[in-house]
Design a protein around this ligand. Structure first.
Ligand code: NDP
Length: 293
C-alpha cells in the first residue's frame, strides 16, 4: 500500500521519475502531451491518464517535470481547482522568482506546494548518487519525504520556495565553470597532438579531484570576505601564470576565450592592489555580498 503518485511530463527525466516509482511498487498515473511516450511505462504497470485533470485527481501526490515553468503554467493552470488539497512537487528547472510565483499560485488554491531541483541525470534517478533539493513548507516536505526518497536523497533547502532553484542553479554554475575549463584544457592538449582521452583519464581527472579539496577553503574566504588568510598561491603569481596560459594557447593557435573573463577579473583585482590575496577575492568584483547595497 504505497502512496499513489502522478507524474506529469514524460521527457527523459519525467519518464525516469515515473519508472523509479513503478520500480518501488507505487501505483503510478502518468500524463504527457505526446501520449505515446507513456507506452513503455504503461507496459510496466502505469496508468495513462487521458487528460491532465484525470492525472491530477488520480493521486494525492502529483509530480510535474516538464521543459520549463511556461509549460508548467500552461499545463496546470486549467486544473488548479482539482489540485486543491493535494501535494504538488514541481521538479522543473527554473529560477527562484518563477518558483515563488508558482508557490503563490498554489497557495491561493490550497495546494501543498514544494519546489525542487534534481541533481542527477535520468539514468541516475533512484541511485545512491542522486540527490534532490526541495523548498517550501517544512511540513509538506516531511509529509512526502519518504516518497521523494525513491528518486534520490531529499535535501531540504529552506522554506523560501525559491531556495531549491537558487541552490540548483548555483550547483550548475559550478559545473559549467568546471566543464568550461575542461573543454579549454582538452582543446590545448589536442592542439599539441596529445590524446584528450588519455590526458583526461591519467591527468586531468586526478588533478581536478585533488583541486576540489580547496573548495571549502575558498568558500570560507567568500563567507568571511577576508582573502588574506592561508594564501599559498597569491594573485600576482596567479596572474603571471594566467598570462602563460594565454601565451601558450596563442603559440598553439588556439583561442583561450573560455578563460578570458577570468583574466579580466584578475587584472582588475590586481589594479586594486590585491596581488597578495587569494583568487576568490574576485568575488568582490561580482557583487551580491549585501555590503554594496
Ligand atoms: P525533455 O526535453 O526530454 O522533455 C520535455 C518535457 O516537457 C516533455 O514531457 C515534453 O512533452 C514537455 N513539454 C515541452 N513543451 C511542452 C508544452 N508546450 N506543453 C506540454 N508539454 C510540453 O526534457 P527532460 O525530461 O530532460 O527535462 C525536464 C526537466 O527536468 C527540465 O526542466 C530539466 O531542466 C530538468 N532536468 C533534466 C535533467 C536531464 O539531465 N535530463 C537533469 C536535471 C533536471 P512532449 O513529450 O509532448 O514533447
Amino acid at each position: 500500500n504505497r502512496t499513489p503518485v502522478t507524474v506529469i511530463g514524460l521527457g527523459d527525466m519525467g519518464a525516469a521519475l515515473a519508472g523509479a516509482f513503478l520500480a518501488q511498487g507505487h501505483p503510478v498515473t502518468v500524463w504527457n502531451r505526446t501520449a505515446a511516450k507513456a507506452d513503455g511505462l504503461v507496459a510496466r504497470g502505469a496508468v495513462r491518464a487521458e487528460t491532465v485533470g484525470d492525472a491530477v485527481t488520480a493521486s494525492p501526490l502529483v509530480i510535474v517535470c516538464v521543459l520549463d515553468y511556461g509549460v508548467v503554467e500552461e499545463v496546470l493552470a486549467p486544473v488548479g481547482g482539482a489540485l486543491a488539497g493535494r501535494t504538488l512537487v514541481n521538479l522543473t528547472n527554473g529560477t527562484p522568482g518563477q518558483a515563488r510565483r508558482t508557490a503563490a499560485w498554489a497557495d491561493e488554491r490550497g495546494i501543498g506546494y514544494l519546489d525542487g531541483g534534481i541533481m542527477a541525470v535520468p539514468p541516475g534517478i533512484g541511485t545512491a548518487e542522486a540527490f534532490l533539493l526541495h523548498s517550501g513548507p517544512r511540513d509538506v516536505f516531511d509529509a512526502c519525504r519518504e516518497e521523494l526518497a525513491v528518486l534520490g536523497r531529499p535535501e531540504y533547502a529552506g522554506a523560501d520556495p525559491g531556495a531549491a532553484a537558487l541552490q540548483d542553479l548555483a550547483l550548475l554554475t559550478g559545473m559549467y565553470g568546471m566543464v568550461s575549463g575542461v573543454v579549454q584544457a582538452l582543446t590545448l592538449v589536442r592542439s599539441a597532438g596529445f590524446g584528450p582521452v588519455d590526458f583526461a583519464t591519467t591527468k586531468l581527472v586526478p588533478w581536478l579531484s585533488a583541486m576540489t579539496a580547496a573548495v571549502p577553503h575558498y568558500a570560507g574566504q567568500i563567507e568571511s570576505g577576508d582573502y588574506t588568510k592561508g594564501v599559498v598561491s597569491n594573485l600576482a603569481m596567479q596572474a603571471a601564470g594566467l598570462e602563460n596560459i594565454f601565451r601558450a594557447h596563442e603559440e598553439q593557435g588556439v583561442s583561450a576565450e573560455l578563460l578570458a573573463p577570468v583574466r579580466a577579473l584578475v587584472a582588475r583585482r590586481l589594479a586594486e592592489g590585491r596581488g597578495a590575496e587569494d583568487f576568490p577575492g574576485v568575488a568582490e568584483l561580482l557583487g551580491g555580498s549585501g555590503s554594496e547595497d
